[in-house]
Design a protein around this ligand. Sequence first.
Ligand code: SF4
Length: 603
Amino acid sequence: MKWFGYTGKLLYINLTTCNYQVKELELEQAVKYLGGKGLAASILYEKLKPGTDPLGPDNILVFATGPLTGTPAPTAGRMVVATKSPLTGLWLDSNCGGFLGREIKQAGYDALIVEGKAAEPVYILIDDDKVEICSAANLVGKDTFDTHEILRESHGEVRVACIGQSGERMDRLAAIISEARAFGRGGAGAVMGSKNLKAIAVRGTNSVKIADYDKFVNMVKEAFNEVAINPDTGGGRNHYGTNVIYSFINEAGIHPVENFTKGKFGKLDVINEEILRTKYYKKDKACSSCPIACSKYSVVEEGKYQGKFVEGPEYENLWSFGAQCGNSDIGAIIHAEYLCDAYGLDSVSVGNAIGFAMECYKRGVLTEEEIGYPLQFGDTEAMMRTLEAIGKGEGIGKLLAQGVKYAAEQIGKGSEKWAMHVKGMELPAYDPRGAYGMGLAYATSDRGGCHLRSWPVAQEVLSANRMDPFSVEFKAEFVKSEQDLISAVDSVGLCLFASFAMTLKQMVGMLSALTGIKELDSGEELLKIGERIYNLTRLFNMREGMNASADNLPERLLTETHKEGPAAGSTVPLEEMIEEYYRIRHWDENGKPMQSKLKDLGL
Ligand code: SF4
């Protein structure tokens, strides 16, 4: 079969046997699951035995591109890593921009599927159709920046994804880093570490073939225009990066402070998007083919954290090492982001975990003797010391590096009550007591406490024609349809942010002109594929023993209220929303997709 957009090739690498094999992508697989998340879900559902130890040799890591990845379409540099998460024991896909996806596609592969475990530390070198498994003896113990540098010194202009020391230790909060961008959440870095796989380095020199060149170019031009004229993607996000929402979220009372005990950070005079932009911003950075350029480089020019040129901080990190820990020193936050990238850590979960430990200290559940120093909210030095301990796997850091669910189980004394996670994954930077839809999105996310499956906050507090944030009305419909749409976006190889501007018609227009696959020329079909993918990851999770009780929120969000701010007195009415959500999804009362729905989706 002649492929356009796709390469039609899947590269299977077995680290136990040191062999690799190229298999054909099937047309039916592409039509049913697109690529990226969908393709990875179809592979993992078929190949991974239920009950597999996430950190054992039988777990599988899939690096998957979408059909648009590596093309000139706006934001088409995205790809996913999917695996069984060591943090949640459930489905995990982590999406990343940068240039790795483009390079894998141009090397000639739609996906790399890594199986087994190497006897010694190795890295995989892919140079178009040449594949080698090389000794990583010289990379062991190196941080991710040094690892990138050494691999580029050895192999020239390769694109790299690697783990740092945290991944080598198989800490559950370990991320995979690719040129300071991260496959951040859920512990994919630990899975790489468990396979003795330090890095992959890729060079691709082929171009992506296009079925209908003129139509594709016209559709791409139209999509670029749409992104440019949109006030978010062509305005605020381009100027401030993801921090464009910082003050709005705080004003709405949903910026979690000191481990979700308050909803408004009272330090806006020293920490906000404008200060970050005027005092620390140095230049923009964009992923492959992205006009939005939401990544911003920052430098701390004076004081204790002076020095490093850092990509970020993103909104989530301005929160995780800011309000979550009661810290308002932006310099420390920038340095914290650098350390997370260097050690190879999920910076959202790490900040959440430090805030959790601070609350344990405040309540006397963790003592100065156990920690080695006082760990109070607002103590910037103690926060940085704890982050270093997590990166080095020392002292209290060794425990926190496994995530708050595990840490609370070890600490006991009721600490599970303030461990802010869903299904084991730490919550990010939105308090759903002031945005009920966000609560439903967290509870039903297929990878746990995550804002990237559905982000109702945009409609509940940021939009001009808002949905009432304190009502349950339309929340189930909204979350379900956004989860389906985002599953499709994560499968075609576009950035989620582009979907804020582009229409479905534009997406499928590019997709069908690129691939020449007529089934992909309908927005309705794209949403149906997204729904199919979301149901498949649900089946994956249920096969691992998950049930409806896991579609929940931390007790604090259901029973404790804020005393002041816009969300004062409110808790999340989750049960009501879940019931409606299951009904709309055609899932039974146990949260299991009904046979009729599976049949309709061809599963
Ligand atoms: S919008 Fe930001 S994250 Fe998305 S592709 Fe562009 S630079 Fe990367």
